[in-house]
Write a protein that binds this ligand. Structure first.
Ligand code: AHR
Length: 359
């Protein structure tokens, strides 16, 4: 039922976004430039008038709607985790249509599509823009446009490159990915009793979730586990299919892999398939740690085919819309609203825990 509502919302919202794509602003007759004055003065006047007109346009677009109008530019559907985040956001908005108006766009894994969607939201004059940046870099121009339009931006589940400056967005609601990598390394050290060969399945190249999980994991191992060697590390793009494919190639190249650290559970589930097809026992011959805490990973842990998942909650909707409402009201919020996540090793996963899993 929840999925059906979400699907319906998604279709309606996609249609509304398409309709808005070519929309023009409604106000805005530019004040006539002082044509008879000196050229330089005329240019200055015209520039001022244009600025005022732009400000008036923004004000007009933003007024007249008591509801909280939010534009959400989703990355795509690369993982079960991503679907859970989308469903949560759409479900929450669908239950609160008296106060929330959500416009949702699916960027199909492309940064250019996310940027296009954000520009549409600016044109529509939404109250707040929300998006998980597919990669860390390349956001300066569009985020500057959001600032110029005076629209607060909430980053969710991933961040942007710090060198771009954190004044480009208003706040970030996300897990601590460095912490997740470190927790995975601590568990890995326990599982291998301090000795073994590890391969790493990385997430999308350039995504903060991948960069930071790798940093946390690799640095902890390098500093604390002299007899654990990371023999190879390649991207599986956060997808189950690529996780399987890359694990197959690792298994062909290295005959002595003791463990795999996967930057998400979908890739871990793909790796489990590859390990089984290679005639080995996942979770036993080759230890497996993932990140996310999706139900499929919990089932695999219960079945003894996976050893640990480090949680990264996608259930963010309530926080997103509460924060957006505060920003619309002009309140200030923390720069990083960090999710509280857990580490689930085999001893913590029972049937009851699996049944109670929300995503
Ligand atoms: O940014 C969060 C990551 O993105 C999740 O770990 C992963 O499953 C998703 O694709």
């Amino acid at each position: 039922m929840k999925k059906a509502i979400a699907l319906l919302m998604g279709l309606t919202m996609a249609a509304s976004l398409t309709a808005c794509g070519g929309s023009q602003s409604t106000t805005a007759t530019a004040a006539p430039a002082a044509q008879t004055e000196k050229a330089a003065e005329g240019d200055t006047e015209a520039a001022k008038a244009e600025e005022q007109t732009e400000a008036a346009k923004t004000e007009e677009k933003k007024s007249g709607n008591d509801k909280l109008v939010v534009g959400f530019a989703q990355i795509g559907q690369e993982s079960g985790w991503r679907d859970a985040e989308t469903n949560d956001v759409q479900w929450y908005a669908a239950r609160n249509t008296d106060t929330i108006e959500l416009t949702f766009a699916d960027a199909q894994q492309k940064q250019e599509n996310q940027i296009k969607a954000i520009r549409n939201f600016i044109e529509m004059g939404v109250d707040v823009i929300v998006f998980p940046p597919v990669v860390e870099t390349g956001w300066e121009a569009v985020l500057t446009e959001c600032q110029e339009a005076d629209i607060p931006v909430i980053l969710v589940d991933r961040g942007i490159d710090a060198s771009a400056g954190d004044d480009l967005y208003t706040t970030m609601i996300a897990s601590d990915h460095v912490w997740a990598g470190e927790q995975a390394a601590i568990v890995m050290n326990d599982l291998l009793e301090g000795n073994g060969k590890v391969v790493e399945l990385e997430g999308t190249v350039g995504a903060s979730a991948a960069v930071q999980r790798k940093k946390g994991f690799d640095e902890y191992i390098a500093a604390n586990c002299p007899d654990i060697e990371i023999v190879d590390s390649q991207t599986g793009d956060f997808t189950r299919a690529m996780g399987k494919e890359v694990m197959e190639s690792f298994l062909k190249t290295y005959s002595d892999i003791d463990a795999v650290f996967c930057h998400n559970d979908d890739m871990a589930l793909g790796a489990i398939e590859a390990i089984k097809e290679a005639g080995k026992k996942p979770g036993q011959d080759i230890k497996i740690i993932g990140v996310d805490g999706v139900k499929g990973a919990f089932e695999a842990i219960l079945a003894g085919e996976m050893n640990c998942t480090v949680e990264c909650t996608p259930i963010l909707a309530e926080q997103i819309f509460d924060t957006a409402a505060k920003l619309k009201n002009g309140e200030t919020v923390d720069k990083w609203i960090m999710s509280a996540d857990g580490v689930y090793t085999e001893d913590k996963v029972t049937q009851e825990v699996v049944d109670g899993r929300q995503y």
